[in-house]
Design a protein. Structure first.
Length: 116
């Protein structure tokens, strides 16, 4: 496991009390942010963070906004539950959020004939 996912595993244990979290792998389909999956006993989450080579020093603000929106819509809209937002740069060098992992189909900008 590379250094950054291991640091997130440590953070999940220390901050959220997860038991033996593991980095399952990178998820595909994102346009700009890195999206990783982590699993532990009875828990699974998606961690999203700006890429290492961020285009802008403000790229972490998108993750911050996403965390605020997920927190604001919890219980009001179908959206992943926010487990945590971390803006401590000492953890992995940039902000990240952890949200509930859903196993659902992702539609990328189009709907199959007959759905709409």
């Amino acid at each position: 496991m590379s250094e950054l996912p291991q640091k997130v595993c440590n953070w999940l244990s220390e901050e959220l009390g997860w038991i033996d979290p593991t980095f399952t792998g990178a998820l595909s389909g994102g346009n700009s942010n890195l999206t990783w999956r982590f699993d532990a006993e009875n828990n699974a989450c998606v961690v999203r963070t700006p890429p290492t080579e961020a285009i802008s020093p403000n790229s972490g603000r998108g993750i911050e906004r996403e965390a605020k929106v997920l927190a604001a819509v919890e219980g009001r809209a179908k959206a992943p539950r926010l487990f945590a937002y971390c803006d401590d740069l000492a953890v992995i060098g940039r902000a990240f959020l952890g949200s509930r992992m859903y196993r659902r189909r992702v539609h990328n900008g189009y709907l199959a004939a007959g759905i709409c």
